[in-house]
Design a protein around this ligand. Structure first.
Ligand code: UD1
Ligand code: CA
Length: 441
């Protein structure tokens, strides 16, 4: 198929969110809402993506580029309507353009494919759905779409039509810009309506048609209540998809996914696990109950949790074990590393088969800078070791329990850095007697 370009409308204020954050940046599935439409569009392998920003344009630009560094962001200074928004995206290139809304996250790639396919029969293809409410209505003439009437401008009879406009349009890109430039604003809202391109195309003897999808795909988000409802729709979909892909979810309703979560077949996820953005879990890994994961990679056969927190840059190789109350950040754990209990590993590299004892902490932050800890393979870090970074522990080395390690430890050495024990016979009993006597006065 010829090239396709995406135009994502995201300039609206979203005043009903009652928020300082632009509507399209409110998080859904752990990522800005805008990413969902961009993600559906990505499946078409677009030659270009143009995002139309307006309210909060700086922040919207940042979010758009975070999803797709090659996206173009254009500014619509005044929000004069959806046709005006599309006109701001103007480019000159062959192939189709698909117009998506940043606040309509659930459009599927299959539906967009169906629209592109329908372009062989119609110059303009509109995505419709059966519903009610204040949507534009599609006025049909057999298989031809005659025009779209906005709810505000519709007669009682037109409002009774159940075929509604989703807003998504697919059309030859050059024709689209030509049509939007002919749109006028003599309507109830005084806005330039994108749906008016249908009537203009028909007047030019061009064909317009409709592809329909389920109403669940066209859910738009205008309020916090709708955002919360959309979150549960997203999670239900993500859970169903994970199960279908061969992931075991012990208690699916308690697991929360992000848009970009990737989990391999035969991985097991226990109850109450939260996946933030950027997590990949390979096959046969196990995430036990109450873990919080973000920006990390968990390799085949690794086990994590219960109650573990993996933060951005945590990279677990095969068969790594991370146990309860362990936090890992920006650290690579090579194959077979064991970090069983109550530990913080940050800004570190841990060599294969090294064992990290309970209560170990990489002291990576001096209040200004972060420093690295390098631990070689097959090392044994005694319980409650403080590794004061920057510091290196050699291969096959050991640290004594309770050590504060401030200097590098060579391979195969044992380092002990703690005060020597003093034992005073009978002293415990004498002390206790003293305390009791004091209390009595
Ligand atoms: C629009 C359609 C309506 C359809 C409905 C589906 C028009 C005129 N009407 O109505 O037929 O049933 O969507 O949800 O298109 N935007 C801009 N710049 C603007 C105006 C809007 O970027 O100047 C963006 C908004 O941020 C939003 C999208 O376009 O993401 C839709 O705009 P909105 O004002 O919500 O349109 P609706 O009134 O919902
Ligand atoms: Ca809307």
């Amino acid at each position: 198929m010829a090239d396709v370009s995406l135009i994502v409308l995201a300039a609206g204020m979203g005043s009903r969110m009652n928020s300082d954050l632009p509507k399209v940046l409110h998080p859904l599935g752990g990522v800005p809402m805008l990413h969902h439409a961009m993600s559906a569009g990505r499946a078409l392998d677009p030659a270009r993506t143009v995002v139309v920003a307006g309210h909060g344009a700086d922040r919207v630009t940042k979010a758009a580029l975070a999803f797709d560094p090659d996206a173009t962001v254009v500014l619509q200074e005044e929000q004069l309507g959806t046709a005006h928004a599309v006109a701001q995206a103007r480019f000159d290139a062959p192939g189709d353009a698909v117009v998506l809304y940043g606040d309509t996250p659930f459009i599927t790639a299959e539906t967009l494919e169906a629209m592109r396919e329908a372009r062989s029969r119609h110059a303009v293809v509109v995505l419709g759905f059966h519903g009610e409410g204040r949507y534009g209505r599609l006025i049909m003439d057999g298989d031809e779409l005659e025009r779209i009437v906005e709810f505000k401008d519709a007669t009682e009879d037109q409002r009774a039509i159940t075929l509604c406009n989703s807003g998504v349009v697919c059309c030859d890109a050059r024709l689209l810009f030509d049509l939007v430039s002919a749109v006028e604003n003599d309507n109830a809202a005084g806005e330039y309506y994108l749906p008016d391109i249908v009537e203009i195309a028909r007047a030019r003897g061009l064909s317009a048609g409709v592809v329909t999808c389920d109403i669940s795909e066209t859910l738009g988000i205008n309020t916090r209540a709708e955002l919360a409802a959309a979150e549960s729709v997203f999670q239900a979909r993500a859970r169903a998809e994970a199960l279908e892909n061969g992931v075991t979810l012990t208690a699916p309703d308690t697991v929360f996914f992000a848009l970009d979560t990737v989990i391999g077949r035969d991985a097991v996820v226990g109850p109450n696990v939260v996946f933030g953005p950027g997590v990949t879990v390979e096959s046969e890994a196990e995430i036990r109950a109450f873990c919080h994961l973000e920006g990390c990679h968990i390799s085949r056969g690794a086990t994590v949790g219960p109650f573990a927190r993996l933060r951005p840059g945590a990279e677990l190789a095969e068969d790594v074990h991370v146990g309860n109350f362990v936090e890992i950040k920006n650290a690579v754990l090579d194959e077979g590393v064991k970090v069983g209990h109550l530990t913080y590993i940050g800004d570190a590299h841990v060599g294969e088969k090294t064992n990290i004892g309970a209560g170990t902490i990489t002291c990576n932050y001096d209040g200004v800078n972060k420093h690295r800890t390098e631990i070689g393979p097959r090392a044994f870090i005694g319980s409650n070791t403080m590794l004061v970074a920057p510091v290196k522990i050699g291969r096959d080395a050991m640290t004594g329990s309770g050590s504060i390690i401030t200097e590098d430890v060579p391979a195969e050495a044992l380092a002990i850095g703690r005060a020597r024990q003093v034992t005073k016979p009978g002293m415990a009993v004498r002390l206790m007697d003293l305390f009791l006597a004091k209390k009595k006065g």
